[in-house]
Ligand binder design. Sequence first.
Ligand SMILES: *[C@@H]1O[C@H](CO)[C@@H](O)[C@H](O)[C@H]1NC(C)=O
Length: 311
Amino acid sequence: MCSRLNRVPPFLRGLVKPSSKFGRLALALMLLVGVSLSCLGIGYIYGGSGAVEPYLFKSHLSQFTLATMTYDARLWNLKMYVKHYSRCASVKEIVVIWNKGTPPEVTELDSAVPVRIRVEKRNSLNNRFNIDPLIKTRAVLELDDDIMMSCDFIEKGFRVWREHPERLVGFYPRYVDQTMTYSAEKFARSHEGYNMILTGAAFMDAGFAFGMYQSDVAKPGREFVDEQFNCEDVLLNFLYANASGSAKAVEYVRPSALVLDTSKFSGVAISGNTDQHYRKRSECLRRFSELYGSLSDRRWEFGGRKDGWDL
Ligand SMILES: *[C@@H]1O[C@H](CO)[C@@H](O)[C@H](O)[C@H]1NC(C)=O
C-alpha cells in the first residue's frame, strides 16, 4: 500500500526491522511519539469524540464514517488505527472492510466510537466502495490502516470536503498526462498541478461515490480492478472526472509533515515491487481512459486555496 502513496518519511526508512519483536516495539513507540508530536497543536494525543463534542459547522453538527479495508495479516495496524482515529472529534463510526481471513472480535479493538466489521464474501479491492446502507453519514473518509496522521489534519480535510461535498477530497495528489504513465507525487509537483487524489486517504460522498462505482457503466472498470488486483482508486478518479464534466472533481489538502506509514515495515504491502506496481497503474490509466475519457486535459494548480491548505 505504501508504494502506492509514497508517503514514508525518508528519515524513517530502514530504521527498524518489523520482523523482530524489538522492531515492532520501536515502531509502536515511534508512532506514538509521531502522533503526539503532531497533535501538540490541539494539546492531546487521544483527544476526540470520547472527550470532545463534534463542533458546529454552518449551524449543524456533522460527522463522518471512517472506513478502512484490511485483512488478517494487518490486525496489528488495525488495533493502533482504531485506538487513534476513534478519538478524533468528527468520527461517528468506524467500518472495517474485512477482505480475507478470520475477522477479529470487535471487543479486541479499543475504540471510543462504534466499530463495525464488514466481512466481505470475496477478496476484492472493489469492496472498498461497496454500497452500504448501514453507513449513517453522508461523508466517508477512506483511510488506509497503515497511515497515521493527527486528528487535526483529518478535521482539516473534513472541513474542506464540507465546502465541496461533490468532490473527492484528499491528501495524496497525482498528475496524469497524455503519456498515461503513472508517477509519484513529485511529478505532480513538478507540473504544478494534479488531476487525481488517491483514495488511501480521501473524503467522499458515500451515496454519490459508491453508487457511481457500483453502477452498470462502471462494471468493465471494476472487472479490470479485479484482474489487476490494483487501481480501485484510479477508477474512482476517472468516474468522478467523468461525472463532473468540466467542473473540478478533486481537491487536495496538504497533510502534516508527520504522516507515518507502517506498511514499509510490516512487509505485507500489496505491492512490494514499485516498478511492477507503477506498470500496473499505467495500464489502468490507459484502460480507464478508453472506457471513461481522459484525465490529462484537466489540471488543478496547487496553492489555489485562500487558507493555504493546499500548498
Ligand atoms: C459519465 O457521465 C455521464 C454524464 O453525467 C453519465 O451519464 C455516465 O453514466 C457517466 N459514466 C460513468 C461510467 O459513470
